[in-house]
Design a protein around this ligand. Sequence first.
Ligand code: KG4
Ligand code: ZN
Length: 410
Amino acid sequence: MYAMFSLKTKNIHSLLQYQHSWRCLALGNSGSRLVLGIESSCDDTGAAVVDETGAVLGEALHTQKEVHLRTGGIIPTVAQQLHREHIEHVVKEALQRSGVDPSQLSAVATTVKPGLGLSLGVGLEFSQRFVRQNNKPFIPIHHMEAHALTVRMLQPVSFPFLVLLISGGHSLLAVARGVDDFLLLGHSLDEAPGDSLDKVARRLSLIKHPKCSTLSGGQAIELLAKDGDRMRFPFTTPMGQNYDCCFSFAGLRNQINMTIVKKEAEEGIERGTLLSCVSDIAAATQHTVACHLAKRTHRAILFCKANGLLPSLCPTLVVSGGVASNQYIRKSLSIITEATGVFLLCPPAKYCTDNGVMIAWNGVERLREGRGILLPHADIGYEPKAQLGVDLTAEVKAAAIRLPSVKMKI
Ligand code: KG4
Ligand code: ZN
């Protein structure tokens, strides 16, 4: 049952390629409808052309991560300017690589919610001009729905399934029941896990560490944690007394900050200088984040089972978003899925993070079902804040499910 999870990444890639070629042979590419996807909700400008079989015909991505790493976080006006500078050539490149002429497209799909308003605006404005010039239908996309369904482009995963989305901007637990049918079980009450890891990494000045200068905060913490002793700093896992599926990372970050201040005083160093115990703090941080995510996910699985929200045959948890590429966090989640008899799926890192492919695929899913397809001249705006699906968080809280103890031997 867990064989899929233990497959090496290389094998997964060849398996996915095989599945694609098989699907292409079975359906034939010639009759397949083509969707151009455009993503600009945060700090990545992405575009891709995907066909109905899930074959990626061409893609291009411009990432701003390095710029934001230097400035210590995303400055929305800088992100907007960079999207403006890159969107045209990113879309052109994706089209050129696919060998598809705009006239051959069946639709254009673009992220319109949620995200940074200034960034979303660039993608939407460009797309509206493009669909009007080329007289193509327009499909507005919810960024988190797209993350949740990307896995279906890679392998046959039927609805309903449970999804955990963890990134720099989100922490969500939801049941995906259909292309535009989601039940929200939990969300973050303050910051997202990736944001917390980035902030801890900045507070530790990991950018000055020789092994971490080009890594995102989360990547730096994962790398350093490998050599760290997590037992040196026993941080408290957040929300132990809240029996729901929501998340909170701000209190944990406060615990970590207080430890850093104490250690700086003990070592007699200034803020901004690397502590000798950075690896131990990284290991303890990563472990506590992993335990928090695993516990909330465990409760979500039990809630779904108690309410018949997942199929009894092969219930599945899909984990995606930038933080999902963390191997330690994946392992913590696999302990929970093994204990509860759930199948764990995680798209390859390339598709966990933001890209145009996932937006194009969501366009394909909507096109196939005829949902949310607009005429080229339809008037539509972007929405920086947008909930995912029907909010069941109050019902989850009311159920107050107590968790059986599970040993987190990671
Ligand atoms: O999904 P993503 O590329 O962008 C959005 O936030 O939408 O996620 C980026 C986040 C960053 O906060 C980064 O620190 C985190 O994902 N991240 C990781 C790892 N790689 C990226 N966090 C933990 N472990 C990693 N290996
Ligand atoms: Zn994202």
